[in-house]
Each structure stands twice: as structure tokens, then as C-alpha cells.
Design a protein. Structure first.
Length: 208
């Protein structure tokens, strides 16, 4: 299964199948609620079929760390819509080594997964238990379908038991951090951009 990014921007895009069906939308805007003297950037992941919010990323500012929220997460992580609380991104996507760029997370069945950056390929998600590839984020020219003839970035997802909501949520955090480390900020949300979907440039927040 391929989910193609309409815009090459992990903070503002739609994830679309080759036949043109939109499965998820990711929007990022600055909240109107002031934190001290400024707002905070919030990314929302919604299912296109019913508009349900399946994930939120409240990006770090100088007062708080990055929080993630999803109905599938336990504890404070499940409080979707509650600003200022949640599971920290460092807890949700944790490192085993301070010197590695790989990030790990565990689904509700206790299965551990690993996102790892591969030069020339992109981000690859594997099952830690058997090292089986679950998903790969990469780029290539589309041969057929809605985006035929265009070069697009996309998630290629293998049949698996991992809930797609968690996969997309973890990808959105992982890819933003990968671009920040690589100095590739052209596809990230600028602090002054409040549009719902766009191809803005600039930085979209601090360290997760």
C-alpha cells in the first residue's frame, strides 16, 4: 500500500493512495490560546473518511516539550484536544542510544518498532523482533494512478498488524526531526504561516 504525500511537507499535507483517495490529512497552525505571550504550533492528523482527529503533535516551545496525543495511546497520551498535556515525544519515540538517530515505539500489543534513516532511501520502519520492513518513506516517479508522471514522496506500507494511525503519527514526528538534523527546512512549517494546507518553508518548532 502506498500513501503519497500531496505536498512534500510532513506537517502540512494529505496522504493519498494511487487511485486518488485521501486517507489522512495533516494540518499545522498556531493556536489562538496564548502561552505566556505567544501561541504554540499544533499539528493535527485527521482521517479523511470521517474527519476524526487520530493524532496531535503539540510542538515544543521555550516552556514545554513536544507532546503527542492519540486515542490509541495510554495515560495522558490519549487526551486528544487537551493542550499542554500528553505523552512527550521523547517517551513516544524513544532512543536506545544518544548517538543514534533511530527512534523506537511500542504499539498497544506490546510490539516494538524502529524508525531508522537510510541514506539514499529515506526513513524505514521495521519490527524490532524480526527486523521485518513495515514501511518505507522514500521518493520516486509515479508510473500510474492519480500522480502518474510526477515525482512524489510516499510511504510504502507492507501488510502488518500495526495500526495505521500510530504509523502516521510516528512518521510525522520522525520525518520532521530528520529534516531538522539534515538542515532541510524548506518543507517545514514556518512560524508565521497559519494556513491549513500549504507548501511553506522554514522551521516548525524545537527539539522533540
Amino acid at each position: 500500500m502506498d500513501l503519497i504525500l500531496c505536498f512534500n511537507n510532513p506537517q502540512k499535507t494529505a496522504l493519498i493512495s494511487p487511485n486518488g483517495t485521501t486517507h489522512y490529512e495533516i494540518s499545522t497552525s498556531k493556536t489562538s490560546t496564548s502561552r505566556e505571550t505567544h501561541g504554540v504550533f499544533l499539528s493535527k492528523i485527521t482521517q479523511s473518511q470521517d474527519g476524526a482527529v487520530v493524532g496531535e503533535i503539540e510542538w515544543e516551545d521555550c516552556f514545554t516539550p513536544t507532546f503527542v496525543r492519540c486515542p490509541l495511546l495510554r495515560g495522558l497520551g490519549g487526551y486528544v484536544g487537551k493542550m499542554g498535556i500528553g505523552m512527550t515525544a521523547r517517551t513516544f519515540l524513544y532512543k536506545r542510544s544518544p548517538f543514534s538517530d533511530s527512534r523506537y515505539f511500542v504499539d498497544n500489543d506490546g510490539v516494538e518498532y524502529r524508525w531508522k534513516t537510510h541514506k539514499g532511501v529515506g526513513c524505514v520502519l521495521t519490527s524490532v523482533h524480526d527486523n521485518r520492513e513495515i514501511a518505507k518513506y522514500t521518493a520516486g516517479s509515479r508510473i500510474e494512478g492519480f500522480f502518474a508522471g510526477e515525482k512524489k514522496t510516499f510511504l510504502r506500507i507492507q501488510p502488518c498488524s500495526l495500526d495505521l494511525d500510530l504509523l502516521v503519527l510516528s512518521f510525522a514526528v520522525m520525518e520532521k526531526k530528520r529534516r531538522e538534523r539534515a538542515g532541510d527546512l524548506a518543507g517545514l512549517v514556518p512560524h508565521e504561516d497559519d494556513d491549513a494546507l500549504g507548501d511553506g518553508a522554514g522551521d516548525g518548532g524545537g527539539e522533540a
